[in-house]
Structure formats: structure tokens, C-alpha cells
Write a protein that binds this ligand. Structure first.
Ligand code: F6R
Length: 353
């Protein structure tokens, strides 16, 4: 049932274009330039948002908060396990629990605390009939299909997409034509990354490194965190993600010729230029640089390796870059002979606090 794949993780990475199409289907109307969601939520009443999640879903939630804020809705992300004793002061926000399984004890606990404090709750989940879907006032399904590999892959991409749709919908549903087109293009752009063998080749060069550091800014910051989590959980190697700007405030002390830096540099705006500056700093210290880039900021000249992503809007670029990081993590772990689908000490669904 692995469909010819050696591991579920690779099967599920490969399934992403189809899963993403399912997430978008019927929710984006190109002609009307409208996003429509089957939610009974009074969107006018939503004036601020709290997002709660754990692990990879937390990274999706961090990314989602940026999407809401960009559309004028104040949004804050919390680790579900740290939310419990936080008083919901003043007007209660819309509380969104992001959870693939819908059964994560920390997330359910935080959602229940929010409900007890009178907040309206919504879950973004992959699992129809899950505790989160049953208990929350509203549910937005990400429609990724079952995910068996312990590492979240297609469900993360679908969470990102569902958060996009929700941000546009809460912002009134209207979206400019270029944004709609960019959303619609995600599945085929992801396919073009899957058709590229570079991550496998780069992985072969990077195995046996002392540690792996991931950096990104803005929407690419949660992706740096997610890339590091994915690599550490399936390879057992030391990997950390940082906001690119934080590197000089401490982590750069760890940088040597044995620590590859994986840098997400997309677009050619101020953020991309600053991240290129950070790349130059680590390159000057002899660290091998892997640039995940659409080529617009000319970071290639400072990088030993390049993982390409197609051009798109800045927020969507972070979804595409993550696919290269999934492949990189997969091939590093595969080269090391790790049990990718069932890493030691980890469970797919964490039902204890
Ligand atoms: C990492 C991973 C975990 C989960 C986390 C939350 O690849 O899968 O970090 O993201 O345990 O699980 P859900 O999303 O089911 O609440």
C-alpha cells in the first residue's frame, strides 16, 4: 500500500500536488475572484485571533499568523502546552487550534480552556470526526488524506494552504487576481520541485555534518523551524532553525566549516537582501551554504549548493521552499539508513500532555 515507495514519507511528499488540489477545490473561484469556505462563522465579528498548536502544526500556525496580520487581523501564535494558564483577558479572540490528527492532548486541552473562558473556537484539522472537529464550534478540513509517516509532510502543506484560504476569507473573501492565480498554481509548482533531483544530490554531500542550521525571514522563518524539526526527527542529527536576523545574536558562534547553513532566500525585497547579508557572514566563516531560492536575489554566488523553487508571491514561496526541505531531510535520513517512517521515541498522535 506504499504504492511502490520504500517509505510512506516519500509517498506522502509525492502526493502533495493531489492533496493540495483537494484542499483548494471548490474554495477558490477564479472568475469571481473570491474565496468561499463552508463555515458558519460570522467573519465580521472576528477582530483578533489566537492560534494554538504543537510541533509542525505550530510552525504552520506561526506562518498563518503572519497571513492574518498581513490582512489587518491581529493574530498571535501560542504553543498549546504553554497556553493553559494564560488568561484570555478582555474581548475573547477567535481561537484556532491547528492539529493534523485532531487528537493532540496539549492542543485539545488548550482549546477546552479557551472554550471555558468563553472563546469561539475553530480547528484546522485533517481528521473528520476527530475530538477537535467534534468539540470546536467550527472546523476547516485540510483534506490531505491519511498520513502514515510520523513526519508531517502533506498535512503541513495543506495546513498552510487552508490558512491562506481562511485569511483571505476572513478578510472579506475578495482576493486580487494575481493572488488567486498564485494559489491555483501551487500544486503544479510543487510538482516541478518533486521532479527535480537536486535535494537528493545535495543530501549526499551533506551527510556526516556536525550540525545543520536553517535560516529564513518573514514567512520563511517558520519554514526554517520546520525544516530543522523534520531533519532532526528522521535523521537524529542536530538541526536548528533560526530567524535569519538572530544568527548574529548568538547562534553564529556555532558556525564552522562542518555546519551547513540552509538559507531560504526568495523574492528580491528588503528581507531577501538582508538574508543574503546573513549568508555572506556564514560563508566568510567557511560554512557550506545551501540556498533555497527562486534566483531573484542572486544568492547563488555565495552558496555551494542551490535548491530551486519557482517564482511566486512571497508567502507562497515559503510553502514551496518547505517542499525542498522535506526532500532534503528525507534523503539525508535515507542515506544514513534511518527508520524514516517510525523514528525512535516518536508517535504519530501524541495523546498525553
Ligand atoms: C512532526 C510532527 C509533530 C506534530 C505534532 C502535532 O513531523 O508531526 O510535530 O506536528 O505532534 O500533531 P497534530 O498536528 O496532530 O496536533
Amino acid at each position: 500500500e506504499k504504492g511502490g515507495y520504500e517509505q510512506y514519507m516519500l509517498k506522502e511528499i509525492t502526493e502533495q500536488p493531489r492533496a493540495l488540489r483537494k484542499c483548494l477545490r471548490g474554495r477558490v473561484d477564479e472568475e469571481a475572484e473570491q474565496v468561499s469556505l463552508d463555515l458558519e462563522l460570522e467573519r465580521e465579528s472576528v477582530d483578533r485571533i489566537h492560534l494554538l498548536a504543537c510541533g509542525s502544526s505550530y510552525h504552520a500556525a506561526l506562518y498563518g499568523a503572519q497571513l492574518f496580520r498581513a490582512r489587518g487581523i491581529p493574530a498571535q501564535t501560542f504553543l498549546a502546552s504553554e497556553y493553559g494558564d494564560r488568561a484570555l483577558a478582555g474581548d475573547t479572540p477567535l481561537v484556532i487550534g491547528v492539529t493534523q490528527s485532531g487528537e493532540t492532548a496539549d492542543t485539545l486541552g488548550a482549546l477546552r480552556a479557551a472554550q471555558a473562558a468563553g472563546a469561539e473556537t475553530l480547528t484546522i484539522t485533517n481528521t473528520v470526526g476527530s475530538s477537535a472537529a467534534r468539540e470546536c464550534d467550527h472546523a476547516l478540513f485540510v483534506r490531505a488524506g491519511p498520513e502514515i509517516g510520523v513526519a508531517a509532510t502533506k498535512t503541513f502543506a495543506n495546513q498552510q494552504t487552508a490558512l491562506h484560504l481562511l485569511a483571505l476569507w476572513l478578510g472579506g473573501g475578495d482576493a486580487d487576481p494575481s493572488h488567486i492565480a498564485a494559489l491555483r498554481a501551487i500544486p503544479e509548482q510543487v510538482q516541478s520541485i518533486l521532479d527535480d533531483d537536486s535535494a537528493r544530490e545535495v543530501a549526499a554531500e551533506l551527510v556526516d555534518s556536525a550540525a545543520y542550521f536553517f535560516i529564513g525571514r518573514g514567512p520563511q522563518h517558520p519554514i526554517a523551524l520546520e525544516g530543522a524539526l523534520k531533519l532532526k526527527e528522521i535523521s537524529y542529527e542536530h538541526a536548528e532553525g533560526f530567524a535569519a536576523g538572530e544568527l548574529k545574536h548568538g547562534p553564529i558562534a556555532l558556525v564552522t566549516t562542518e555546519t551547513p547553513i540552509i538559507a531560504m532566500v526568495t523574492g528580491d525585497d528588503e528581507r531577501a537582501r538582508k538574508t543574503v547579508g546573513n549568508v555572506k557572514e556564514v560563508q566568510a566563516r567557511g560554512a557550506p551554504v545551501v540556498a533555497v531560492t527562486d534566483g531573484k536575489a542572486n544568492v547563488e554566488q555565495y552558496a555551494q549548493h542551490v535548491l530551486s523553487v519557482p517564482e511566486t508571491e512571497p508567502e507562497i514561496a515559503a510553502l514551496l521552499a518547505n517542499v525542498q526541505l522535506q526532500l532534503l531531510a528525507y534523503w539525508i535520513a535515507r542515506d544514513m539508513g534511518r527508520p524514516i517512517d517510525k523514528p525512535r521515541n516518536l508517535a504519530k498522535s501524541v495523546t498525553v500532555e
